[in-house]
Design a protein around this ligand. Structure first.
Ligand SMILES: NC(=O)C1=CN([C@@H]2O[C@H](COP(=O)(O)OP(=O)(O)OC[C@H]3O[C@@H](n4cnc5c(N)ncnc54)[C@H](O)[C@@H]3O)[C@@H](O)[C@H]2O)C=CC1
Ligand SMILES: O=C([O-])CC(=O)C(=O)O
Length: 328
């Protein structure tokens, strides 16, 4: 039997945790031949609910689930972690400014980065889901100097999947026939879903769509503001779709992306496409050999350039803000 993979999930008692843990334990994230040991990390008030979720996980009798441990201490929770899913975060409260939110999350992601640095496995791969995800990932990475920076990523796969569905519906194309869509920038309303390199059954998507008004005034805002639309409709933020995207992200990171298409993930910039080095920005990415690579050599038209720059500028502002607060 293969050695179990240790998967630490923070915010395990939250709504994404509830949708995510069962998918991981069933083998959908790491494949049908890989046993997993779950390490659930919560704040003390969340431990009892996490215990309840663990009871339900037991009750599924998943053949691949090799154990569940629950922690309220990050150092213990990340000890030996091969995969770390950082879901728990401080939500924006009434009257909270962006600086307050960044500071509150710095208090979570700084210590978690340090705990990953201290005790995670050498091959640890980190996905930050908790918002503001890109900057939280930057904070965690800054506190983990011994872990290669490219192991810290943030989730824009939900945005990518939302964009796939919107384009599929507009063009009456099966999702499986769409390739090479990209989300650029921040997981925020400034993100840029880019169809200019996408293909629909091999045909250029922008030519098939041939509707700049739809692109600018329907597609981009629908994808970028989908999170708020879900909150408005459901009375709670996206949970099952966020969990699904986390499963997709880690699955592709570990197993590799198919040759037929790239995907989107927020990873540390190497300066590609004019994105300042070190910023954790969403790019077109492929995974080979267990590492993300930015797809190179794409022509960026003026429309895309403006949109990418706007979102990247927001990331630069967030980085400067957390630097100013002494969080990185
Ligand atoms: N990147 C993305 O695409 C998406 C990100 N999100 C974000 O994911 C995060 C989680 O969302 P939900 O599960 O709906 O929230 P939730 O409020 O239902 O659950 C969050 C859980 O995290 C726990 N928690 C808080 N601080 C913690 C800490 N320091 N250590 C461990 N656990 C901690 C809380 O006790 C709670 O159980 C939010 O920040 C949300 O904005 C949500 C959807 C999509
Ligand atoms: O704003 C939120 O908490 C939810 C979110 O990130 C999304 O659905 O994209």
């Amino acid at each position: 039997m293969t050695q179990p993979v240790n998967v630490t999930v923070t915010g395990a008692a939250g709504q994404i945790g509830y949708a995510l843990l069962f998918r991981i334990a069933s083998g959908q994230m790491l494949g049908p031949d890989t046993p997993v040991k779950l390490r659930l990390l919560e704040i003390p008030q969340g431990v009892k609910a996490a215990e309840g979720t663990a009871m339900e996980l037991d009750d599924c009798a998943f053949p691949l689930l090799a154990g569940i441990d629950i922690f309220d201490d990050p150092t213990a929770g990340f000890s030996g972690a091969n995969v770390a899913l950082l879901v728990g975060a401080r939500p924006r409260g009434a009257g909270m400014e962006r600086g307050d939110l960044l500071e509150a999350n710095g208090g979570i992601f700084g210590p978690q980065g340090a705990a990953i640095n201290a005790g995670a496995a050498d091959d640890v791969r980190v996905l930050v889901v908790g918002n503001p995800a890109n900057t939280n990932a930057l904070i965690a990475s800054a506190h983990a100097p011994d872990v290669p920076a490219d192991r810290f990523t943030a989730m824009t796969r939900l945005d990518h999947n939302r964009a796939l569905s919107q384009l599929a519906q507009k063009t009456q194309t099966p999702v499986s026939d769409i390739a090479n869509l990209t989300i650029w920038g921040n997981h925020s309303a400034t993100q840029y879903p880019d169809i200019f390199h996408a293909t629909l059954a091999g045909k250029p998507a922008a030519e098939v769509v041939n509707d700049q008004d739809w692109l600018e005034n329907t597609f981009i805002p629908t994808v970028a503001k989908r999170g708020a639309a879900i909150i408005d409709a459901r009375g709670a933020s996206s949970a099952a779709s966020a969990a699904n995207a986390a499963v997709d992200h880690v699955h592709d990171w570990v197993a590799g992306t198919p040759d037929t298409s790239w995907t989107s993930a927020a990873i540390p910039s190497d300066g590609s496409y004019g994105v300042p080095e070190g910023i954790i920005s969403s790019f077109p990415v492929r995974s080979t050999g267990g590492a993300w690579e930015i797809v190179q050599g794409l022509d960026i038209n003026d429309f895309s350039r403006g949109k990418i720059d706007a979102s990247v500028n927001e990331l630069v502002e967030e980085r400067d803000a957390v630097k100013g607060l002494g969080l990185i």
